[in-house]
Design a protein around this ligand. Structure first.
Ligand code: FPP
Length: 212
């Protein structure tokens, strides 16, 4: 969900205004995903590297997360959405962790869209924690130890705002993902942009390294 800062700057607004408008895009994309029968939608909301942003912005983002996690329950229930938050929980405040646990628990029986929010997540961190746990337990395969174990690898990864890199997202899990890059900034990324990205994905020929 990239480009919130630039969206705000273009309008002479504070960066946090960009993040707040970005939440409107989150709502639109979650709703469209449910309507279109998407099974799993993942959002990269905050990376391990994002902790190094100015304290003011980090605090504002954490407050926004807390507000959403505590206030969106009714909306998630009425849309039959199961919410899962994945990432390095140790870095989150106790209040936020408790709010996340409660939202995950309350929505755990919903049968519609699975909404995964990656919070304090990075791909290298995930592989490292998986390797550490595997070594400690004497396992012989990384996959079951990844934080995403049990969830499907992404078919499509959409990156907004014109950047064309993976930025430490799902490094292992993206092995055969399709990528769509769009210049649209996240706060402007709504249903029409999402539909365009899905049509582009539909035109791809996925061979998984094999010959068809
Ligand atoms: C990247 O844009 C965006 C973020 C680091 C934060 C994204 C978070 C939200 C939209 C809130 C999501 C909330 C929930 C509950 C999922 P940027 O700041 O890097 O923009 P820039 O590259 O233009 O500076």
């Amino acid at each position: 969900m990239d480009g919130n800062g630039r969206w705000a700057k273009e309008r002479g607004l504070d960066r946090v205004c960009g993040h707040k408008t970005g939440i409107e895009s989150v709502r639109a994309i979650v709703e469209a995903s449910g309507d279109w029968g998407i099974k799993v939608l993942s959002l990269f909301a905050f990376s391990e590297e994002n902790w190094d942003r100015p304290e003011e912005e980090v605090n504002a983002l954490m407050q926004l997360m807390f507000k959403e996690v505590t206030e969106e329950l009714d909306n998630m229930m009425s849309n039959n959405v199961r919410v899962v938050v994945l990432g390095n929980r140790a870095r989150l405040s106790v209040d936020l962790r408790d709010a996340i646990d409660s939202l995950m628990e309350e929505t755990s029986h919903n049968t519609g869209l699975v909404l995964i929010i990656f919070l304090s997540y990075s791909g290298k961190w995930d592989i490292q924690q998986a390797a550490d746990r595997m070594a400690a337990e004497g396992g012989d395969s990384i996959e079951p130890y990844l934080i995403t174990a049990g969830y499907p690898d992404p078919d499509l990864i959409i990156r907004t705002s014109g950047e064309k890199r993976i930025s430490n997202y799902l490094l292992w899990q993206a092995a055969y993902s399709e990528f769509v890059f769009t210049d649209t900034l996240w706060p402007d990324f709504r249903k029409d942009s999402y539909r365009d990205a899905l049509w582009e994905y539909a035109s791809r020929d996925r061979r998984y390294g094999k010959v068809k």
